[in-house]
Design a protein around this ligand. Sequence first.
Ligand code: MLT
Length: 268
Amino acid sequence: MGHQFIDQSVNGINMKVLVAGSGPPLLFVHGFPLNHQMWQAQVERFKNKFTVLVPDLRGFGASEITQGTITMEQHANDLNTLLTQLKIEEPVIFCGLSMGGYIAWEFWKNFPQRLHAFILCDTRSGSDSEEGISNRLKMADLVLNHGPESISASMIPNLISEATQRDHPEIAKRLIEMIESTDREGIAASQRGMAERKDFSDEISDIQIPTLFIVGSEDRLTPPNIMKTMSAQLPHAEYLEVPDAGHMAPMEAPDFVNQAMEEFLASS
Ligand code: MLT
């Protein structure tokens, strides 16, 4: 099967999802403020052995937007409904990056029977400090007033490492294009949702499914020490640091990351 970018009616919105390949379901959940395109290298690598499912979350990419606040729980509910609509009954391997990880905790809490394994990249289980929350609300207002162009370029040093910025300017370009093509209301709504997300740090030790944590060694937003600590909390977790990569490790070092994912998938 080739790639299909299909429409699904999900909890009152139209959601777009890329579906490719056949085999066990492998769900990729993008970070903020991006879309399904960030997983391109993983789609190419895994569609031969898996049914790869790559949605644009509510408010991002080609999916419909709802204004106000979109909580991580809402995103998790959308993913559950999407799987139902797609008639996916087999438990999925849930691969999420950053905000995709925040959504993963809610998905696990609400739909544990839907999960086979986790691959969690560049994310954290804790919620935000007062200052973090206030920065998010300021960013939401800035984007609403001035559009995604007001944040795109300044996000790059936090998203990719200095080495990636120097050696792969095309990755910065792709990220800027993704951010600038995102609707301002969609960005603000998920930013507000992240600001009020729950703290899962004391709960993740109950996660029993095999879990692979991946983090860029240069990740400034969710640094390696945070991911290493999470990994030590879970009974069945592996931890991988990606040399010279930043927050967008799967885009910055696709071969290295895909290899690790493949080995993990073969054993779980
Ligand atoms: C992401 O990549 O999804 C963001 O860094 C998440 C966040 O803003 O905490």
